[in-house]
Structures are given as structure tokens and as C-alpha cells.
Design a binder for this molecule. Structure first.
Ligand code: NIG
Ligand code: FE
Length: 404
């Protein structure tokens, strides 16, 4: 294993309060030592130990790699026409999902693999080093299984989302589709997934249908996450909390009771500013959640319908500007909060023993990520060995990207 010392860090965010100041565990004039997999040492620059190699951060800010805990990266086609219609007033209702289902079913596996890898490279260029990937654009047994296989080539955080919407061929037999998802589709996909997700909202699945699918998924050994309260106060949050889901995502519409329930639980409220942006929704109330003590994560929700976003810095900028989050809170939510949403404690921070996923910025302070929107200030992304899934992508994915 090669050891590397990163010296002359102007501002280091560790997210480890035992290492530095506040929840962000911040240090100034700092250094850190990593090997190919882990953080070995963090401390004052003047005390930095020697290592095999030296990286000079040139007084720039350094942060943990972003943990993007919610993406739908495996799909074909695009839906820019829907985006244009929304900008002229057409509301989002999930109806366009069927277009992506049609193009994804028709695409070859190589085509899907190539476009997934391209989007993943974009994400990583913006500093994301852990990325969850959902299925959900095939909605039949063979197709969902194929999307899960492709997702597994790129990530260890793979989510089965057979319950995205009821596909057209089951429009007159919703119950039949719910039975398919919790029956043979789940049996095929569960062994190669870590998570199950359900879109519990208007136009998708109601609370009873969602509960039935999540219950079956839990029995099949999957951990749970929920798309909830994107289009209304539809009960998704309460269901997610009751079922101890790791995360409930969107949370655009929240009742006081939803907020109370989230605060009394370990279920993370994952906010998706890109989706609110691209559907012209009111921004989720991050402030209300944070002030009352809920755990908040921020993610891209990259998908062709509501959020064709592959930039965590863009997500941060909106969270700060339009969701009124303090920058440090937003940065924590995009790193350690994302890790909490994936029930991981080895990523999202740079304490000793954490995975060596490190982002060096071309800026003296991390707040430049929100202060300079639209400009890439990610200078270098270091990805720990083994942090991406086992297939060929892994060997190509590990290492350092300069001037990402
Ligand atoms: O997270 N809302 C449900 N699923 C996706 C959008 C899917 C689509 O429109 O293609 C989301 O926003
Ligand atoms: Fe989503």
C-alpha cells in the first residue's frame, strides 16, 4: 500500500467533531495521511508525518467525497420536452416515467452500461465518491433484473425500485402488478440488491400497496427506503418511519406530524433540490427539519424526468440559496447525511479509519461550492480502493482524477 500525505490544506472539513471544530470537524492549516483505502492520520500541517508521496493542497479547502444517496442512473433516452412544458406551467405528475420505461426496455445492455458510466463520471468529476443506484425503468421481471445487474457493475449501493409506477400493461390490474413486484420480481432482484424502494405518492402507489411491497422486501432481507411526499402529504413519510426505512426521499410536502415523526426517528429526510428545481416545486423545508432535529441528507436524484442533475455542488448551491440551509449544514448533509441515509459510517467523513475518499477544491474555503455556482472548483478527487463495486469499473474507478 502506498501512503500519501496531503499537506498545506487551508481548510479541512472532516465531519468528525473529535478531530476539529463543530459538527464539520473543521481544521485550518492542516494535513492528512491516507493509504489506498483509508485515512491514517489527520492533524496540524506542522506535525504531518512523512509518507511515500506528497500532495500539495496549496492552501485550498479539502472535503470528504460527496455521498449521493439517491440516483436513478440506469436509463435510456431523455425528456427535455417535459422540462420545457413544466417551465411553461405544466405540473409534474409522474406520467412521463412510461416514456423512459419504453426507451430503457428497448436499449441494449451495452448502451445502458455506457450511459450509466458517463453519468457516473460526471458525478465523480463533481466530487461524488459514493453513489446509490436504483432500478425502476423496466417494470417487468427480466428488465428490472437487467437494470440491477448493470447497477451492480458500478455501485455497492443498489436499490430495487420495481414499485416505481404501475406499468401501462397493468393499468387495469394494479393488484396484479403489486403481486408481481412482491412475488417473482422481488425473488429475482432481492439477492442482488441491498435496498428496496417504493414511490409512495399520488399517481404511483398508495400507502397500503407500498406497505405490502416494503413488508415483502424486508422479509426478503432488503433494507428499506421510500420516495415519499413529493407530490402531496400522502403518508409516505409516516410509512417510512413506521417501517424503520433508512431514508424517506423528496419530503417536498410535510405536515407538522410528518416533521415530528421524522425527528423522533432514525429515518433520514433526504432532500432533492434538483427535483424541486426541475419541477418548479416549492423547495422542501430543510430549515424546519434541521431546526427541529431531523437528520437531513442531500442527493441529486439524477433521473431523466425530474432531475437530470449530476452535480452535487449544484445541489449544495440550491440547498443554501433556496432551501436556506447554512452552508456547513448543507455540506454535512451532502456527505455525512448521505452516509446516514445509506446506514454507512465509513464514508462521508475523514476521521481516522474512514475510507480515503477525498476532494481537493480549487478554492480557499468549501463555501465556494455554493458561492461560485456553475463553475467547477473540484480540482482533484481521490477515490478509495474498493469503494466501487467489483466489476471492471472498479479497477478503473479507483485512484486520483486530476482537474476533474
Ligand atoms: O425521484 N418521483 C419518482 N421518481 C423519480 C422521477 C422519475 C421520472 O419522472 O422519471 C424522482 O423524482
Ligand atoms: Fe428518485
Amino acid at each position: 500500500m502506498t501512503t500519501r500525505v496531503i499537506k498545506n490544506i487551508g481548510e479541512l472539513t472532516t465531519n468528525d467533531p473529535t478531530v476539529g471544530t463543530g459538527a464539520t470537524g473543521r481544521l485550518h492549516d492542516a494535513a492528512m495521511v491516507i493509504d489506498d483505502a483509508h485515512v491514517l492520520w489527520v492533524g496540524p500541517n506542522a506535525q504531518a508525518p512523512a509518507a511515500d508521496e506528497m500532495i500539495d493542497a496549496q492552501e485550498s479547502a479539502v472535503i470528504p467525497g460527496f455521498v449521493d444517496s439517491h440516483t436513478h442512473l440506469v436509463f435510456a433516452g431523455e425528456r427535455s420536452g417535459e422540462f420545457e412544458a413544466r417551465m411553461s406551467g405544466t405540473p409534474y405528475d409522474g406520467g412521463g416515467i412510461s416514456n423512459t420505461v419504453a426507451s430503457t426496455r428497448a436499449a441494449s445492455s451495452d448502451e445502458l452500461r455506457r450511459s450509466t458510466e458517463k453519468r457516473l463520471r460526471e458525478l465523480r468529476g463533481g466530487g461524488a465518491t459514493t453513489v446509490e443506484i436504483k432500478s425502476g425503468y423496466a417494470l417487468n421481471v427480466e428488465g428490472e433484473s437487467r437494470l440491477i445487474d448493470i447497477a451492480n457493475e458500478f455501485s455497492d449501493e443498489v436499490t430495487f425500485l420495481g414499485a416505481h409506477v404501475v406499468p401501462e400493461e397493468y393499468a387495469r390490474d394494479r393488484e396484479g402488478y403489486v403481486d408481481l413486484v412482491r412475488g417473482s420480481m422481488l425473488a429475482t432482484c432481492a439477492p442482488k440488491s441491498k435496498w428496496a424502494d417504493v414511490f409512495c405518492d399520488q399517481g404511483a402507489f398508495d400507502v397500503d400497496e407500498s406497505r405490502a411491497i416494503l413488508t415483502a422486501a424486508k422479509s426478503a432481507g432488503l433494507q428499506l427506503r421510500v420516495h415519499g411526499n413529493q407530490l402531496g402529504t400522502t403518508g409516505g413519510v409516516a410509512l417510512a418511519v413506521a417501517m424503520d426505512a433508512a431514508s424517506v426521499d423528496h419530503c417536498t410536502f410535510l405536515s407538522d406530524d410528518d416533521v415530528d415523526q421524522l425527528c423522533a426517528s432514525q429515518t433520514v429526510a433526504t432532500l432533492l433540490p434538483g427535483a424541486d428545481f426541475s419541477t418548479r416545486a416549492d423547495y422542501s423545508s430543510a430549515r424546519r427539519l434541521r431546526d427541529r432535529g431531523a437528520i437531513v441528507a442531500l442527493a441529486t436524484d439524477c433521473n431523466p424526468g425530474t432531475s437530470y442533475v449530476t452535480s452535487m455542488p449544484f445541489v449544495l448551491a440550491i440547498a443554501v440559496r433556496d432551501m436556506r440551509m447554512d452552508f456547513d449544514d448543507a455540506l454535512w448533509s451532502a456527505t455525512r447525511g448521505g452516509a446516514a441515509a445509506l446506514r454507512r459510517d465509513d464514508v462521508g467523513h475523514l476521521g481516522v479509519g474512514a475510507r480515503a475518499d477525498v476532494v481537493i477544491l480549487d478554492a480557499p474555503r468549501a463555501v465556494h461550492l455554493a458561492y461560485r455556482p456553475g463553475t467547477s472548483i473540484v480540482r482533484r478527487v481521490i477515490v478509495a480502493e474498493g469503494n466501487w463495486s467489483s466489476a471492471s469499473w472498479s479497477s478503473r474507478a479507483h485512484g486520483t482524477i486530476d482537474d476533474a
